[in-house]
Design a protein around this ligand. Structure first.
Ligand SMILES: NC(=O)c1ccc[n+]([C@@H]2O[C@H](COP(=O)([O-])OP(=O)(O)OC[C@H]3O[C@@H](n4cnc5c(N)ncnc54)[C@H](O)[C@@H]3O)[C@@H](O)[C@H]2O)c1
Length: 336
């Protein structure tokens, strides 16, 4: 399409607010045209911040609105799949925050709707794919200079004490990012998972403070995903890939190292909005450009679906205390 892409935004909390600001301030081809949030005051405030976008009280009406060319979904996880399907059925490109769905059945329906339409419209908000440090590490591994990739590792430390979070929430909301990185950066599918976790307290055995997922890839490569849901000191994400002749690893912190007063200090990012601010910006720019070009790019609905497939197996493995196989079906042709 030519000219300006008029975006409708559903959900204007921490993430939606950041997307609105990025699109409004830093993506020349985008216009934030419509906003919807169940918190009307929040929607009004974000609309005013974006130069007076129209405010809707119904997400489906926003998706159907003729003045909306494309939709960004940043409502809570449980609403993603149904809203993404509505966008696909309306023929509108959509950037859907992760996860694509909270269960495999709902993710399947989004993929089926897209396949029935015969073209990609969905991009899933796995923004690490736009983070310069992740991209650089993948380039080193893909170049072959450290031989065949044998082991993938990721460490994901969340900043604050969220309170009691069930294993299912930690996996589908947080570890889903690491699952996507594990597939995207290694360029292959996971065949088996084995999950162990430490509950937040003995009164709540279903809760998960610390989760470790061991991955077995189809090629025989291995991986580990560690997530500390209550790290309590800040936010850190680190990935590494061990090859036959070397290791590539992202630096967990972006800040400079300062030596002073007999101490060596480095500040830790407060949260994902700070750590991944460039990634969110790059993601928004790439998404809008893909709409202008008429060709969806980036993490697809298929990536969202397979990530949930691996997430579901990881939860089952943790609850049963045994390894679980992951059966990934053949990829439909629209996903390349
Ligand atoms: N990609 C990332 O790094 C990243 C980071 C944080 C959050 N997220 C995802 O973004 C989404 C939003 O997270 P957040 O941190 O902004 O949460 P939040 O709680 O700060 O904001 C959610 C917003 O959605 C609104 N809302 C609730 N129900 C709604 C509905 N039915 N329709 C429309 N709006 C509704 C709430 O009023 C609130 O304003 C989640 O799905 C989360 O997983 C992604």
């Amino acid at each position: 399409m030519s000219g300006t892409v008029n975006v409708g935004l559903v959900g204007t909390g921490g993430m939606g607010g950041r997307h609105a600001a990025n699109l409004n301030d830093s993506v020349a081809a985008a216009n934030v045209a419509a906003i919807m949030d169940v918190d009307a005051a929040r929607a009004e405030a974000v609309a005013a911040r974006c130069g007076g976008a129209a405010v809707y009280s119904d997400a489906e009406a926003l998706i159907a609105a003729p003045e909306v060319d494309a939709v960004l979904i940043a409502a809570p996880d449980r609403f993603h799949a149904a809203l993404a399907r509505s966008c696909v059925e309306a023929g509108k490109p959509v950037l859907c925050e992760k996860p694509l769905a909270t269960n495999v059945a709902d993710a399947t329906l989004v993929v089926e709707a897209e396949v029935a339409g015969g073209r990609r419209l969905v991009q899933v908000g796995f923004m690490r794919q736009y983070d310069p440090a992740h991209v650089a590490a993948k380039e080193v591994s893909d170049s072959g200079e450290q031989g065949k990739a044998l082991i993938f590792r990721s460490v994901h430390n969340n900043p604050e004490k969220y309170g009691i979070r069930p294993l299912v929430d930690v996996v589908t909301n947080s570890i889903i990012h690491d699952i996507h990185s594990a597939r995207w950066m290694m360029g292959e599918e996971v065949a088996r998972v084995n999950t162990a976790y430490i509950p937040s307290s003995s009164d709540h055995p279903e809760s998960a403070r610390f989760v470790m997922v061991q991955l077995h890839y189809r090629s025989g490569a291995l991986g580990t995903l560690e997530c500390n849901s209550e790290a309590g000191y800040g936010y850190e994400v680190m990935v590494s890939i061990t090859g036959e002749t070397g290791v590539v690893q992202t630096s967990p912190l972006q800040s400079p190292v300062v030596r002073r007063s007999n101490a060596r200090r480095q500040w830790v990012e407060a949260d994902w909005l700070q750590r991944f601010q460039i990634a969110y910006l790059n993601e928004a720019q790439a998404w809008v450009q893909s709409i202008v070009d008429g060709q969806a790019t980036g993490p697809s609905a298929w990536d969202g679906y397979v990530s949930i497939l691996v997430a579901d197996a990881s939860i089952e493995s943790g609850l049963k205390g045994m390894p679980v196989d992951v059966e990934v079906p053949d990829r439909p042709t629209i996903y390349g």
